[in-house]
Ligand binder design. Structure first.
Ligand code: CA
Length: 230
């Protein structure tokens, strides 16, 4: 089973060898990788797999990387997903910047894997902090995504693995209302069939765990919509 803490990345690269090397390195770093060899495929996969980040080659057949980037940044469903453009020449990077494609970062080929990973992590620290082992804080609740330790007002909370993933999802975006389906995708994974009522069961357990040493319930049930933290 794919852990929800594992970040998902979509790699768009038409050269098969490059695609394989990059995917291999990303998988070795704990990423769940989707691969696309052209822009059309990328636009389909981005909806299907909902990646946390996109690595996008500039030179692609038919639709260029720049155009793909523009479209990703235009769609409400993908606008917030960071895009790192990979280009063969620095002049291209200058052009990408000039064109205001909305790319979040740029890497020039040949790049070192270490450098690329550092840039990927920098983007994820902003958008999916729990997936890169950051510490999250919400009021008196502290969650250390690296050690999987959660405390509330200094007391260590006992949480099951599912409750931990639920809490990290909520703590990454306090105030955001998550539907049961969105929580299922994020916490259980898209390939697993789980009844939406399971979400209610685990949210109930999480609530209990969060209040085991007292304190008010920080989770909010939003009628007809889902759940939110705060
Ligand atoms: Ca290419």
């Amino acid at each position: 089973m794919v852990s929800a803490a594992q970040p998902r990345v979509l790699v768009v690269e038409d050269e098969a060898a490059q695609l394989e090397i990059l995917s291999y390195n990303l998988e070795a770093e704990g990423f769940v990788v989707s691969k696309a060899q052209n822009g059309e495929e990328a636009l389909l996969l981005v909806e299907e797999d909902q990646p946390d980040i996109v690595l996008l080659d500039w030179m692609l057949p038919n639709v260029s990387g720049i155009e793909i980037c523009r479209q990703l940044k235009k769609r409400p469903s993908t606008r917030a997903v960071p895009v790192i453009m990979i280009s063969a020449r620095s002049e291209e990077v200058d052009r990408v910047r000039g064109l205001e494609t909305g790319a979040d970062d740029y890497v020039i080929k040949p790049y070192s894997v270490i450098e690329l990973m550092a840039r990927v992590r920098a983007q994820l620290r902003r958008t999916r902090p729990a997936s890169v082992g950051a510490c999250l804080e919400y009021q008196d609740i502290l969650l250390d995504a690296e050690t999987h330790r959660v405390t509330r007002s200094g007391n260590i909370l006992k949480l099951g693995p599912t409750e931990f993933r639920l809490l990290s999802t909520f703590m990454e975006k306090p105030g955001r209302v998550w539907s049961r389906d969105q929580l299922l995708d994020r916490v259980w994974g898209r390939d697993i069939y789980v009844d939406t009522r399971t979400v209610d069961v685990h949210v109930g357990r999480l609530r209990k765990a969060l209040c085991q040493f007292g304190g008010s319930d920080p989770l909010r049930t939003v009628r007809g919509a889902g759940y939110a933290l705060g």
